[in-house]
Write a protein that binds this ligand. Structure first.
Ligand code: GLU
Length: 412
């Protein structure tokens, strides 16, 4: 089985060798600084009591407060949360924002809870971890199956417990309680800026580029919408129940309306069905895994036909698959670069909270674009310099920056 934390450490070791990483720094970076495991009792609507397990992994804060989302999923494990918190640290360092890496998760299927149960669970989680989070300590955000509404409940619970307003404790909030313009689609938007650069490097043009997207949640559906507007041809998308394909291009807003009604894109008019496995090996120029980790492995990597893989999910490609893709000349743009738009606008949100002064969407997107384009160039240059793949290049760059922070603090 693919353990995400073992994969993350394989990636770290590979970069460490290439960059001749200081051995003490390497040792420090092989473990999270702190891991919290909490039990969260929730009174269910039928009067029964259910106890959920939640985690928060605080990986490194060498460059700033721990930062990263909270995931609600039935398959959440501690090793997954640890890996995700490590990738968050690298993500922030790759785009050069002054934040560290953290991640939280609760083992739960949120689709099975009523709104009231979901609210009590979210508040209960904050009651258990509030002493360890804060605008200058650790700043959570949304992730898989968590929403701005959940962030607002968490913010409210935190502020009640500490007795003051502290909007910077959590990001991805609704606009009414200190959210940022653009945050809702920023992960996808950042991916679009990065894809534009990757497409140029491959001498391709958007109007002649077909795209397949696995995952039609927050990241994937916005990605489809923005790319379609920029002239790309979206030929297939999937969600957890299945997918929809149309070789001459999907009509994204119709697909969204269909999904709103039926809960899935499967069976949408004028489309053929496609599975979550088949979409990855589809004959499309760009494949975007935008759902969960470990979907491209040694088994299906040899069958990938795309020229570019853009990772909008966290950890969708295993280290073994990396080797195969690299050998086959597939350009894979790693998660810690291509999905960093979300945390970048989270950072903007915190800055606005600190100033209590808010920016327009135009201002946000302009700053986001500048950061994403600069990060792409920095990773590309590192890749060329060492003749390595994009992921290893991003790791070399990010680990180098974190190492500098650790060394400056005298931690090693
Ligand atoms: N969950 C998102 C990610 O994995 C955003 C995290 C954040 O904004 O802190 O990048």
């Amino acid at each position: 089985m693919n353990n995400p934390f073992a994969n993350a450490m394989t990636q770290l070791d590979k970069a460490a060798t290439i960059m001749k990483l200081d051995r003490s720094v390497h040792e420090i970076l092989r473990q999270p600084k702190r891991v919290l495991t909490v039990s969260i009792p929730v009174r269910m609507d039928d009067g029964s009591m259910k106890v959920f397990t939640g985690f928060r992994s605080q990986y490194t804060d060498a460059l700033g407060p721990f930062k990263g989302g909270i995931r609600y999923h039935w398959n959440v494990t501690l090793d997954e949360v640890k890996a995700l918190s490590f990738w968050m640290a690298l993500k922030c360092a790759t785009v050069g924002i002054p934040l560290g890496g953290g991640k939280g998760g609760i083992i739960v299927n949120p689709k099975e809870l009523s709104e009231g149960e979901l609210e009590r669970l979210s508040r209960g989680y904050i009651q258990k971890i509030y002493k360890y989070i804060g605008p200058t300590q650790d700043v959570p955000a949304p992730d898989v199956y968590t929403t701005p509404k959940i962030m607002a409940w968490m913010l409210d619970e935190y502020e009640k417990l500490v007795g003051e307003h502290a909007p910077g404790v959590i990001t991805g909030k609704p606009l009414s309680v200190g959210g940022s313009q653009g945050r809702g689609f920023s992960t996808a938007q950042g991916g679009v800026y990065v894809l534009r650069e990757a497409v140029k490097k491959k001498n391709m043009v958007p109007s002649e580029t077909s795209v397949a997207i696995q995952g039609f949640g927050n990241a994937g559906s916005f990605m489809a919408k923005i790319l379609a507007k920029e002239g790309y041809r979206i030929v297939a998308v999937t969600d957890s129940q299945g997918g929809a394909m149309n070789r001459s291009g999907l009509h994204i807003s119709e697909l969204e309306a269909y999904k709103r009604e039926r809960g899935t894109v499967l069976g949408a008019p004028a489309t053929e069905p496609i599975s979550n496995d088949d979409i990855l090996t589809l004959d499309a120029d760009v494949v975007v895994p935008a759902a969960l980790e470990n979907v491209i492995t040694a088994t299906n990597a040899p069958m990938i036909k795309a020229k570019i893989i853009l990772e909008l999910a966290n950890g969708p490609v295993t280290p073994e698959a990396d080797e195969i893709l690299h050998k086959n000349g597939v350009l894979f743009v790693p998660d810690i670069l291509s999905n960093a738009g979300g945390v970048t606008v989270s950072y903007f949100e915190q800055v606005q909270n600190a100033y209590n002064h808010y920016w327009t969407e135009e201002q946000v997107l302009k700053k986001l674009e500048a950061i994403m384009v600069a990060a792409f160039s920095a990773v590309w240059e590192t890749k060329e310099k060492h003749n390595i793949d994009m992921r290893t290049a991003a790791f070399v760059l990010a680990v180098g920056r974190i190492a500098e922070g650790l060394l400056a603090r005298g931690l090693v």
